[in-house]
Unconditional design. Sequence first.
Length: 402
Amino acid sequence: MTTMTAYMAQWAMALLIWLHVIAAIAWIGESFYFVMLDNGLKSPAEAEARERGVFGEMWSVHGGGFYHAQKYLVSPARMPEDLHWSKWKSYTTWLSGFALFTVMYLLQPGIYLLDPSVARIAPGLGVAAALGFLLVGWVVYDVLCRAFGDRDLRLGVAIAVYVGAAAFISTHLFAPQAAFLIIGAMLGTIMTANVFFWIIPGQKKMVAALARGETPDPLPGKRGKQRSVHNTYFTLPVVFAMLSSHFGMLFSHPASWIYLWLVMVAGALIRQFFVLWHKGQRNFALPVAGAVLIVLVIVAVAPGAMSTGASAEAAGVQGNVTVARIEPIIHERCAACHSAHPTLMASAPNGIMFDTAAEIRSRASLIEQQAVSAKSMPPGNVTHITRREREEIAAWVRGGAK
């Protein structure tokens, strides 16, 4: 790959990430608005509105104007000329996210997707397993919904257990960073599949009946509504998992699947607090419970455990390790990405370079965290850093990074 090709590939990646984030913000924002609207509706004050079939209404003020939103329990008396559909934001979010997942993970499984220290899986099988998570994730979820029907509490518990099991399997198959992302992608796929297979088709049936002059059957809308509620509780867990590449202290932990699951449960509890808030209820036990779970995770993965691991790594290294001893290791194992002229990419990630001893010393704690404690660098161990070299880095940092 030429320098210019790599440069243009980076720009393509940047624009794709931009599109994905914009689409996700638009989808989540619209979803949150309608959840707020649905749960904040009041009975119509005017008899004329009730006679027209208005189920609830809300007055709001924003941007210097007043808004009056009304919801019909099943449908209005006639088809509106202009009808807004909430679907393309969801589809764009999933398509752009899948494109990113393909380019970053599926097309280079040996770098980011798989880690031999986790499981020795052939690249092709690893890619198939990752795609299987997305497909099987939706199928199992859909079966659970059909099996439990309207028993929401039991269904919620079953989904929570299922997500925990998926997190366990993912973290024992894929590289730690990829494992978290795959769980987020699985839930994101479920959310978009809910829109595509349930929510929109149900609405289309109701619209078609109204266009024929018939009274729509409320059942398709009710079924779609259940899936829409599930999407509401998936949102915060998905966002956390999608940002998890920044959480090395979490995904590198041996029990990372438990902590990912606990944070996701915390996100669902916090989201429930806001759902009830829109209804006029103030259940502060929910965010408190969510905060407690997050604090437990913070304590469980605290640097004390990391430091112990680093000390163990350094235990077999003798002598006073200086930067002169570390510099050749960094140049051979890290400079392929982190240098002014990297060979594995167009430019150094986050602008971090290790061309000089001074640059290496200034990033000593970061190097120790990523290469020794988390072992997430080099990604997929693409430059074949050895355990002995990690031990020397640990001993160097323990000795004050001289």
